[in-house]
Design a protein. Structure first.
Length: 382
């Protein structure tokens, strides 16, 4: 059991979630704001072991879908013509709204809430739902990191369907998807619903029993996030190297250090695609690293040779402050360190690599576990 009782606890937790978000996972600024509000209102946030949920009880997974792109005057005019003007009372808590609607549709009361992934914004959201509704926050998730596509989670690997699903928007529109033929169509339907609402929708699905959840969840990941965030903070406070300290704590590697020299990116099909270029400094002077991302970081090259790929974790942090940096916030001129960790075992299987390995992202690269790749490079193993 993990109890977040102070602002520092919450900051450590969100920092660690952002780290495991591998460049994606939503806005940590929003995630921190939500959980600090919960802390003030409820006094503490308690995260429970996966076995706290009864086998015959039900759990649910809430998540956001859609875009936060600024709205042009033309879009605002169209929204007005469609009556998308007055926000409902739960507009700031559409994930909670979605969970309540799915309970109503299924005629069950969920005992627990499980995050779909780890990320500075996308993990605090489900935690907030659980706290607000008095449900168990399960110490685990279905990805062990942040992921760009809905089939890159353990429920897919174990053939648990992504329906029924409920989607709600901030104007009161509600949609129930009773069935989708596969995960890709489930995601496409959800995204099209968000397009109709010109923004984000709150989704709720994966209503499964505690018994099923325990078979597929990656346990202990929320506690792991807290430990990572705390390790980074304590390293900075002690004047130590945060990259070294977190790599040591998590049995990982410092893959690179340098200055961000360029970031090329585009918004393609609702995803942030791009490449970050880092010019080496310190021990890596004279070398260059590249990191490909589709929302999250998925492939890293060291002088044009592949050093790490998904499903292993590639995280870029500020070398001085240790703060994990999302690809949205990453800017040229920042001095960074790149930390690599082993990926989760379910995604190192053939089926896991089909959806999260480098070939899935269009690269003719064979997946080689990070612990085997690093032996050919001058990385730092604390």
């Amino acid at each position: 059991m993990l109890k977040l009782r102070t602002r520092q606890d919450v900051e450590d937790f969100v920092r660690g979630c952002t780290f495991l978000g591998t460049g994606g996972g939503g806005s940590p600024q929003v995630g921190l704001k939500i959980l600090l509000e919960d802390l003030e209102k409820y006094g503490e946030i308690v995260i429970h072991d996966v076995n706290s949920v009864r086998d015959d009880a039900y759990v649910v997974t809430p998540y956001l879908m859609g875009s936060i792109a600024p709205k042009t005057p033309e879009v605002v005019a169209k929204m007005t013509s469609l009556g998308l003007v007055k926000r409902i009372g739960m507009a700031d808590r559409i994930l909670t709204y979605a969970v309540l609607e799915l309970e109503k549709y299924l005629g069950v009361e969920f005992e627990g809430v499980v995050a779909i992934e780890l990320g500075g914004g996308n993990t605090p959201g489900p935690v907030d739902v659980a706290v607000a509704l008095g449900k168990i926050i399960v110490d685990g998730d279905y990805a062990g990191r942040a992921i760009p596509e809905i089939d890159q989670i353990t429920t897919y690997l174990y053939d648990i369907p992504p329906y029924p699903a409920v989607y709600v928007d901030e104007y009161g529109n509600k949609t129930v998807v009773s069935k989708a033929i596969n995960y890709l169509m489930a995601e496409r339907i959800g995204k099209l619903i968000s397009v109709a609402s010109f923004g984000l929708v709150g989704g709720a699905s994966f209503a499964i029993t505690g018994r099923e959840m325990k078979k597929v969840v990656i346990p202990g990941t929320l506690t792991e996030a807290y430990i990572i965030g705390k390790t980074i903070r304590e390293a900075v406070e002690a004047g130590k190297d945060p990259a070294i300290e977190v790599a040591k704590k998590m049995n990982g590697y410092v893959l690179f250090r340098g200055i961000v020299s360029k970031k090329d990116w585009e918004d393609r099909e609702g995803y942030m695609w791009g490449t970050t270029y880092i010019k080496g400094t310190d021990e890596f002077e004279g070398h260059e690293a590249k990191v490909f991302f589709k929302n999250e970081n998925h492939v890293m090259w060291f002088d044009d040779k592949v050093l790490a790929t998904s499903p292993d974790i590639i995280e870029i942090i500020d070398s001085k402050t240790g703060e994990p940096i999302t690809n949205t916030d990453l800017k040229e001129g920042i001095k960074v360190s790149v930390v690599g960790l082993k990926g989760r075992e379910p995604f190192r299987t053939p089926k896991g690599l089909e959806v999260l390995g480098p070939r899935h992202f269009g690269f003719d690269i064979e997946y080689v576990p990070i612990e085997k790749r690093v032996v050919n490079f001058p990385v730092i193993k604390p």
